[in-house]
Design a binder for this molecule. Structure first.
Ligand code: SF4
Length: 259
């Protein structure tokens, strides 16, 4: 049960007077990719789309008019934030109000024009979900994404950031590890170096909350083959050190690293 009894008890939290307030927000209920481990994608594959909905500029700003936030992450369970074009003007406004904006995206839609808008908007950090470091693996996991398009979009984003002399957005490639892509872990470090992104974050795959039909879940946990997973993860970690690529490995996977 909550310890808060009245609005006065929580008001300082809402206004962020004593604590930073970080908000994660879905601004559209669609993704243009269908990843094999994504609960939202599995839900859509099985049951079809829910009614389309998106938050426009005014909707989002209305929410934030009463909340002093320090950080906003446009994220989603089955949501591609750049499918909502209001993200750029909204981000600009929120940044002007002192918030840090982070976006989690599959990068399929980051054309050169959008890349320029992203850099000029002041968006602080972009996490790019890319679940394979080769065309074969990435397109197997991320059904509907084109690996060559995503990597070219990333190249353009980094190039435009450099041309405009901006330090932001920081770009991190985010790879959910599973048995089907673990062999690509070291190649992801190579790819990060080649593209010039700022880092790589590995995440351990979780089984989706959605009660999917068992045959629709076509990937498996890296724990199914621990020795092989440990070998690839260790190789990735060593390469990251050698190349100076910032690598985040989640705590539960660190015991797999040799040495
Ligand atoms: S890109 Fe992200 S939101 Fe879209 S299907 Fe893949 S995991 Fe789900």
């Amino acid at each position: 049960m909550s310890n808060f009894q009245t609005l006065d008890d929580v008001e300082h939290l809402i206004y962020g007077e004593n604590l930073p307030v970080n908000v994660g927000m879905d601004i559209v209920n669609r993704c243009n990719v269908s990843c094999r481990m994504c609960g939202g994608a599995l839900y859509v594959e099985e049951k079809g789309f829910d009614k389309y909905s998106r938050l426009g500029f005014d909707d989002i700003m209305k929410f934030f008019s009463d909340v002093q936030v320090s950080e906003i992450t446009f994220v989603g369970s089955y949501s591609e934030p750049f499918m909502n074009r209001d993200i750029i003007p909204t981000s600009r406004k929120l940044i002007a109000h002192g918030a840090k904006v982070t976006v989690i995206t599959n990068a399929t839609l980051i054309t050169r024009d959008l890349a320029e808008d992203i850099v000029r908007s002041g968006i602080h950090h972009i996490y790019v979900s890319i679940h394979g470091a080769t065309k074969e693996t990435a397109e197997f996991v991320m059904r509907g994404a084109k690996f060559d398009t995503v990597t070219q979009n990333l190249r353009n984003l980094i190039e435009i950031r450099c041309e405009l002399g901006s330090r932001t957005p920081h770009v991190t490639m985010n790879m959910v590890l599973m048995r089907e892509n673990i062999a690509d872990a070291p190649k992801m470090i190579e790819l990060a170096r080649e593209l010039g992104v700022d880092g790589v974050a590995f995440a351990n795959m979780r089984l989706p909350d959605f009660q999917y039909e068992p045959e629709s879940f076509t990937v498996s946990l890296i724990t199914e083959d621990l020795d092989v997973s440990a070998k690839h993860l260790t190789e990735a970690s060593n390469l990251a050190k050698e190349y100076g690529v910032a690598l985040n490995i989640p705590q539960p996977l660190r015991p797999l690293l040799a040495g």
